[in-house]
Ligand binder design. Sequence first.
Ligand code: GDP
Ligand code: MG
Length: 439
Amino acid sequence: LTSGLETAWNKLKGEEVLSKENIVEPMRDIRRALLEADVSLPVVRRFVQSVSDQAVGVGVIRGVRPDQQLVKIVHDELVQLMGGEVSELVFAKSGPTVILLAGLQGVGKTTVCAKLANYFKKQGKSCMLVAGDVYRPAAIDQLSILGKQVDVPVYTAGTDVKPSDIAKQGLEEAKKKKIDVVIVDTAGRLQIDKTMMDELKEVKRALNPTEVLLVVDAMTGQEAAALVTTFNLEIGITGAILTKLDGDSRGGAALSVKEVSGKPIKLVGRGERMEDLEPFYPDRMAGRILGMGDVLSFVEKAQEVMRKEDAEELQKKIMSAKFDFNDFLKQTRTVAKMGSVSRVIGMIPGMGKVTPSQIRDAEKNLQNMEAMIEAMTPEEREKPELLAESPVRRKRVALDSGKTEQQVSQLVAQLFQMRVRMKNLMGVMESGSLPTLSN
Ligand code: GDP
Ligand code: MG
């Protein structure tokens, strides 16, 4: 998935803005990458449509390349696709919180029971496990052993009692002992069948659980989303736990569960150890899929710094050629806020290699500009023409800021050059004549 998406970004190298035309090919790559990652076709279609719509309307952010912008849009859309926020486990308001686990055979239910107990214990909650898989004595033993391993009591009643009765008895026991969280293991089968569903419904009725979590194996790909949907329709679940994410699954399972079933993934299992269970963070998952943490945080910073009003105001000024030294200052400070000059320069295409002395020069340059602008009167800042017309004013600014007259002249010329460049950038092709400084 990651490498498929990389192809997409690469196709945007050298472009100035995202447009309807230049995103066609990258979007095709993204579509292919998602399909290969086992995301279902309807989900991919909606995804691609939404990303395309946003990409075309996104506009330009200073210093951010179009491919970086697209990475960010795809990332945010992936996060949305996976439910946006973390879906926290719910706890009962009074009495024990009851968690019922369901799922096919071998997906990791019994392991998850113990992992969950371990997880809650670390939060200072007392737990009890209930052995509701009565079909194989080995399953009860397995839960008992795991329970010992994490030092949590396990309620067992052998193989001759109905699962729903065991569940009820276990819950009574937990209430007596004032246990905070009761986790109930159940039997799985190789395939969905009526017997399993009926049994689960009965257990659910007996328990009135706070959470009903379907455990699904990440290796099953888009089948995971179908399973969550079916179990939700049949017995009603509150969420899913995706296991075996440490294996070489393609991540597609995580992507479509929420979109297809309407139920969130709440936790993920990433290994066989008791510690290998964690909340499901859609943004981290998206970040991992894209493998571009740097780009993401950079674009986020740039967006944060350049607030919308700022952008609009600036645009108005540029259109009316009113871009003045106040804007100039704001802009250079924006760059400074975005991180050190070196960091920003490093992100500008074609400027990959900058020497430390170049960076020092650039930073020094910024400081000089600030000093000179600060030495200007408010009027001069708003009307740079005043400085262009008057050598006396330039001399005063030079003296007050401790710079040379030549440096001040350069700065003034630079501002007018910027006005022209920006106007051209905005597509306003007026005659961009540069005023010459009178002497
Ligand atoms: P159950 O039939 O659903 O109860 O599944 P089990 O809990 O017995 O687990 C089946 C196998 O999957 C066991 O060998 C577990 O160690 C393994 N397993 C469970 N969760 C994970 C996981 O997150 N990662 C890996 N690699 N293995 C897991
Ligand atoms: Mg089991």
